[in-house]
Design a protein around this ligand. Structure first.
Ligand SMILES: [Zn+2]
Length: 442
């Protein structure tokens, strides 16, 4: 059992003084930020809720237990809007043979056919959730591979886990299948039934350039409108500039006058458009109300990989340009220890650290913490998550880092995580716990 560096009072009500909080993640006025966008505050916790957020030093005379954080950064628990719990941790039994996108696709397909029983999927998904909780994550949206027999196996597991984890991690599921399957009426019917029974009114697929793309997108949008679903797509995860399915999705959203939420993940090839085409597509994305999530660690792993050749680009979408145009932008974990990404642990502090380096989020404003907190909470419809607000939950991540250079220099492995005002065990589950599913490794 470990609860990190902080000796949090065990009383139901206490104060955390001298905390540094990103001003962009605080829903309270009267605070001034330093050059890092951080404000020095005193937080009071009352019976699981964050009662007040006041400038440091304004409540000195109040009685009760106090923990002085000595200027350490405090974040709300974070929100991971794009993960794959069902693929997680299969690496030991099914590696990516060459680190390529096709290698990942084919390896996962073979492993799914051979091994993805409800028991197997459940054990790996639960393992991922335990990692996420220990790292300080409050909510995840996981994609669920939804083809053939897997639909009936994975979706009931998702519903069971969502119920089991209520109060610790909010879980949403979004179906994942190639866009061409949208033209198979029986397939669409099966997925819609699974979403209605076990899902979160959330529908979507993987989009890429096929001749029938617009007709397939019409099916996706009509299905969403008929059923009141929001949409979530994997989009143009490729370095081929001819891949412009993002523009087709935006056109379809406008054509259908879609009023639900739309999240587009990856959009890698947008960064390889000529400037004029990029600007045109971004304007349509903005008009269509599409939000974009970049998956920087997975993109760095898969994109621009050629044997014997040093990669020349980072694989990430035009995130700064999208943000400047007013598109809600965010970053997320994506895959963990599977053929699409060999590493990862559902740690959003790692994602923010690596995202800052890969996407050069530093020197570009001080509100990028939104990308793993407030913005994904909004697209997921999670009121009060990913933000520090008086009257909201005392769901916090406490660190020793006093500014972003200290924060990003180290993995913050000694962080303390509070759920409803109580410090939780941040011990990570041992990978050995999954050995029995990995064919007797090592
Ligand atoms: Zn993904």
């Amino acid at each position: 059992m470990s609860t990190g560096f902080a000796a949090v009072p065990s009383a139901p009500s206490f104060r955390l003084t001298q905390a540094r909080v990103p001003l962009c993640l605080v829903a309270a006025g009267g605070l001034a930020a330093d050059r890092d966008g951080l404000a020095l505050v005193d937080l009071s916790v009352e019976v699981g809720l964050l009662a007040s957020i006041l400038p440091a030093g304004t409540e000195r005379l109040q009685d009760g237990p106090v923990l002085d954080l000595d200027g350490g950064i405090v974040l709300p628990r974070l929100v991971d809007c794009h993960v794959h719990l069902d693929k997680g941790h299969i690496w030991p039994r099914r590696r990516n043979p060459d680190g390529s996108f096709m290698g990942a696709l084919n390896s996962v397909m073979a492993d799914r056919e051979a091994n993805w029983s409800a028991t197997d999927v459940r054990a790996r998904m639960a393992f991922g959730l335990r990692c996420a909780l220990a790292h300080g994550t409050a909510a995840v949206r996981t994609h669920i591979d939804s083809l053939g027999k897997q639909i009936g196996l994975s979706w009931p597991v998702l519903a069971e886990l969502r119920a089991e984890w209520a109060g610790r991690i909010a879980i949403q599921g979004s179906p994942l299948f190639g866009i061409q399957f949208a033209l198979d009426a029986a397939h669409v019917r099966d997925v819609v039934a699974a979403v209605k029974t076990h899902g979160n009114r959330l529908f979507g697929c993987v989009s890429y350039m096929i001749p029938e793309l617009d007709a397939a997108l019409d099916v996706i949008f009509r299905t969403a409108i008929e059923n009141g679903f929001d949409l979530d797509f994997h989009v143009d995860e490729t370095n081929d500039p001819a891949a412009r399915s993002l523009e087709h999705i935006a056109d379809a959203a406008i054509r259908h006058r879609f009023t639900g939420k739309i999240l587009a993940g990856h959009c890698c090839s947008l960064a390889l458009q000529e400037p004029q085409a990029e600007a045109r597509i971004i304007a349509k994305v903005r008009e269509a109300g599409i939000a974009v999530v970049s998956l920087p660690m997975c993109n760095m792993y898969l994109q621009d990989r050629t044997p014997g050749r040093t990669p020349r680009w980072r694989g990430v979408t035009a995130l700064h340009e999208l943000k400047a145009a007013g598109v809600p932008v965010m970053i997320a974990s994506d895959n963990t220890r599977d053929p699409f990404y060999a590493y990862g642990d559902l740690d959003l502090i790692e994602v923010l650290r690596e995202g800052t380096r890969i996407l050069q989020l530093d020197h570009a404003g001080t509100d990028w913490a939104n990308a793993v907190a407030r913005t994904p909470a909004a697209i997921m419809g999670l009121e009060g998550q990913g933000v520090l607000s008086p009257g909201g939950p005392a769901d916090l991540i406490l660190t020793r880092a006093r500014d972003w250079t200290e924060f990003f220099a180290r993995p913050q492995s000694d962080r303390t995580v509070l759920v409803a005002g109580r410090a939780i065990d941040t011990t990570l589950p041992d990978h050995r716990e999954l050995d029995h599913l990995m064919g007797g490794r090592p």
